[in-house]
Design a protein around this ligand. Structure first.
Ligand code: ADP
Length: 261
């Protein structure tokens, strides 16, 4: 015969069960609140460029069309807003794929410095317009192999390096450093000497649509989804990402990758 539980044990079980239920309910509520906030943010982000284009078209139809200079400027601004909208939709596509768990990691061995130089090449035109120089840190040139999904890591590097240009200072520098951490991991850091991020924003910059300065980010073409995508990709590899930053000094984003051979 099994010994009967004491009244204390029974009440402990009940407490445990109740706290588990409360946790489940809290988590459901959090998800629901998260979803609501996401939709609210999303509709705001979609409306902004659409309203802008609508405004330009109305003003043109109201007579501004007769002035060829205004004409050109308004059409140019409309195109910029439509491009923003397309970027937003691309990023949303990406993030919904990542969040639905559809992402498969096709890991291969490759030299991380080669990929970094490739991304530097892709973004060099944009960097040139701001006089920003790219380089791999001295002492970090010796080829290091990693085992990861190359195209996804390319996306991570594009987003981080693109941010280092967007939030970098004119004539500044973006530096990539690569270190072997231990026999399993490699650390990749992308540093800039740009505007930096105040401490109170640091824990939130990886959230979808979070920006330290909404207007500035939108002006320079940001969607607010870049770092959320980066974090998803790094975590899907079972790795981690962190950030160090000081306003007016610069930022360093560091992420780990599995060491290859
Ligand atoms: P965005 O499309 O707005 O650039 P991200 O998700 O890439 O969105 O970044 C979120 C926010 O984090 C940015 O709006 C910006 O405020 C801040 N941020 C990201 N990278 C940097 C950086 N290298 N230097 C300073 N601030 C940055």
């Amino acid at each position: 015969i099994l010994p009967l539980k004491t009244i204390e044990e029974v009440s402990e079980d009940v407490e445990k069960w109740a706290s588990q239920k409360k946790e489940e309910l809290d988590s459901l509520r959090r998800n629901e609140a998260y979803r609501k906030e996401f939709l609210l943010n999303l509709s705001h982000e979609l409306k902004t460029p659409i309203f802008a284009v609508q405004g330009y078209i109305h003003t043109l139809l109201d007579g501004a069309m007769d002035d060829p200079k205004v004409n050109r400027l308004f059409l140019k601004n409309s195109t910029k807003n439509i491009e923003r909208l397309c970027r937003l939709i691309d990023d949303l596509d990406e993030i919904s794929k990542l969040e639905s768990g559809e992402m498969t990691i096709n890991a291969e061995n490759f030299v991380i410095q080669d990929l970094i130089r490739d991304v530097f090449d892709t973004l060099s035109l944009k960097a040139n317009t701001k006089g920003i120089k790219f380089n791999v840190k001295k002492g970090c040139e010796a080829p290091i192999h990693v085992l990861a999904d190359k195209e996804k890591v390319r996306q991570v590097l594009i987003n981080l390096i693109d941010n280092s240009i967007k939030y970098g200072r004119t004539d500044g520098h973006t530096v990539a450093s690569i270190y072997i951490m231990d026999d399993k991991r490699v650390l990749v850091e992308i540093s800039d000497d740009g505007i930096g991020i105040a401490e109170e924003h640091l824990p939130r910059v990886f959230e979808r649509f979070y920006r330290t300065d909404r207007a500035r980010s939108r002006d320079i073409g940001g969607t607010g989804l870049g770092l959320a995508i980066v974090k998803h990709i790094v975590e899907a590899h079972g790795q981690t990402i962190n950030i160090r930053s000081k306003p007016e000094i610069g930022s360093t984003f560091g992420f780990t990758l599995e060491k290859g051979e």
